[in-house]
Ligand binder design. Structure first.
Ligand SMILES: *Cc1c(COP(=O)(O)O)cnc(C)c1O
Length: 499
């Protein structure tokens, strides 16, 4: 199976590369994103044959459909290292009943308690092999600017992986106390963490500048390194996310909640459009998913897009209690546009986005997108209300991002005629403890002012649930990284780390 850039307009003559090459490159040289030439098909017998398999075996099977330049042994070894054992407590994507006809697929049992682990525990291993397969002798230096979740998940994924090193920059006052402690106490021989004076944009701009600087490229090259990115535009981060939609469906059918072949609906709390695009790929592959509900917070650019066909980032930006969805450029939407149109159209729309900050798709394109997707959003009040309601009614506690999805699900179901309602699978993307302070203040009763580690303890007392192991005892761990630098010193800090 070969991969093509979403902006390669050469048709028959377009550059076709292997999956290893696509994973090594991340972004295409023309600025586009890589997609497979065609989408493999799976029928209900195939899906049924997955029942009885462990998560890592399901993952290896699905991955082998896309990464055919990796051997089955390689994929099995990598999936086992990523998902078996204590990494995910043995159950990477358990499906739990959360309410009437609503199931949550908990994707946050990994080492950082957020769903980014599902991809970032596997992708570094795929990258490490990709370097060998493409004859690369240099070490990949993964540079990350983070507003919290991605940095920690990337550190946990890349630590001690051969052929790669990772360095994370975070804004010193721009992440939560828990997130800061998670990063300052990171273990691993090939990791470095550095705080910068400034906000997330300063960190991001600094990293982008290093990527675009030819002198840095030379200096790194002389030391045997090249730059790589852990961003969700990389195909290696997307393909592991297809797996859990299969695993979730198999659990529902295996438990008799649905019959094999029955359709279900899916809601995904969406930021960069990566997770929900993976669900769309699963649907195109033949998994019986009827509609995909795209859930946004007050940054509801995707809700507007799905309603009108106009994607317009010229709008106010809100800081919400679901920060991982505070995004105005959903990069992976480009992949959907490409599949619904062609490279010419995609290239021209993305050009409009970068020059004018907006674009409009044709009515026909909008119609085909709306055959699969519905857009809803939840404001802060609705998000809090969903947390309170489900905890009070069903004793089920979820985080702020999942709460956005559940709130959207309620409105989606309320607008459907009852006979058209299908079982709903909600992608649950973070542990409630990761956003403990906001979850606490959403619960009915006495308002809490607890923050940081105290909020974890109080949430545990109030809800009679356990703090996940990766977050417990954070304040007692050894602090390894305390450096704080100015953004202008980021390049020299990178070189110093490599010396
Ligand atoms: C990253 C993230 C999301 C958004 O996922 P996308 O793939 O960017 O759409 C949602 N919830 C949480 C907790 C996240 O960390």
């Amino acid at each position: 199976m070969k991969y093509i850039s979403t902006r390669d307009t050469r048709g028959e003559c377009a550059e076709r590369i292997s999956s290893a090459e696509a994973i090594k490159r991340g972004l295409a040289p023309d600025g586009g994103l890589y997609l497979p030439e065609n989408i493999p098909a799976t029928d209900i017998d195939y899906i049924r044959s997955l029942s009885g398999l462990g998560y890592s075996d399901i993952a290896a099977k699905i991955l082998s459909l896309y990464l055919d330049d990796y051997t089955e042994e390689e994929l099995r070894a990598d999936c086992s290292a990523a998902y078996d054992g204590k990494n995910f407590n043995g159950t990477p994507a358990p499906v739990k009943k959360a309410g009437d006809g609503v199931w949550c697929m908990e994707l946050w049992h990994g080492p950082t308690s957020a769903f980014k682990d599902m991809a970032l525990q596997l992708m570094p291993r795929l990258l490490s092999r990709a370097l060998k397969k493409t004859g690369e002798t240099r070490t990949a230096l993964v540079l990350v600017a983070t507003s919290g979740d991605t940095g920690k998940a990337a550190l946990e994924g890349y630590k001690n992986v051969p052929g790669v090193a990772i360095k994370v920059f975070y804004p010193v006052d721009g992440v939560s106390r828990v997130q800061k402690l998670q990063m300052m106490t990171q273990d691993g021989d090939n990791v470095d963490v550095c705080a910068i004076r400034g906000n997330f944009d300063d960190a991001q701009t600094g990293v982008k500048r290093i990527f675009g600087d030819p002198e840095m490229r030379d200096a790194l090259n002389k030391r045997g390194y090249f730059l790589s990115s852990a961003n969700s535009i990389n195909w290696g981060r997307l393909v592991p996310q297809i797996v859990y939609y299969y695993a979730g469906y198999v659990q529902l059918a295996g438990a008799g909640e649905i019959s094999w072949g029955d359709s279900i609906d899916v809601t995904v709390p969406t930021g960069n459009f990566g997770n929900i695009f993976a669900a769309y790929l699963a649907k195109r592959m033949g998994l019986p998913l009827r509609r995909l509900v795209c859930a946004s917070n007050s940054n509801n650019i995707l809700t507007d897009f799905l309603g009108t066909g106009k994607y317009d980032r010229n709008r106010d930006f809100y800081t919400t209690m679901s920060p991982s969805m505070d995004i105005l450029i959903s990069s992976n939407l480009e992949r959907l546009i490409y599949l619904m149109t062609d490279a010419e159209t995609t290239k021209s729309l993305m050009g409009e986005l970068s020059t004018h900050g907006c674009y409009t798709v044709s009515p026909k394109t909008l119609e085909s997108i709306r055959e699969c997707f519905d857009g809803y959003f939840a404001d802060e009040k609705q998000t809090s209300a969903a947390i309170a309601e489900y905890f009070t009614e069903y004793g089920y506690l979820f985080d702020t991002h999942t709460a956005v999805a559940v709130s959207c699900t309620e409105r989606y179901l309320a607008e459907l005629p009852a006979r058209e309602c299908l079982p709903m699978l909600v992608a649950s993307t973070a542990s409630p403890y990761k956003f403990a302070a906001d979850v606490l203040s959403s619960l009915p009763g006495k308002k809490s002012t607890a923050e940081g580690i105290e909020a974890l303890d109080e949430l545990s007392r109030r809800t009679n649930t356990d703090i996940p192991a990766p977050l417990a005892g954070l304040d007692k761990r050894n602090v390894r990284f305390e450096r704080v630098i100015s953004p202008c010193d980021m390049p020299s800090d990178v070189l110093q780390y490599l010396n």
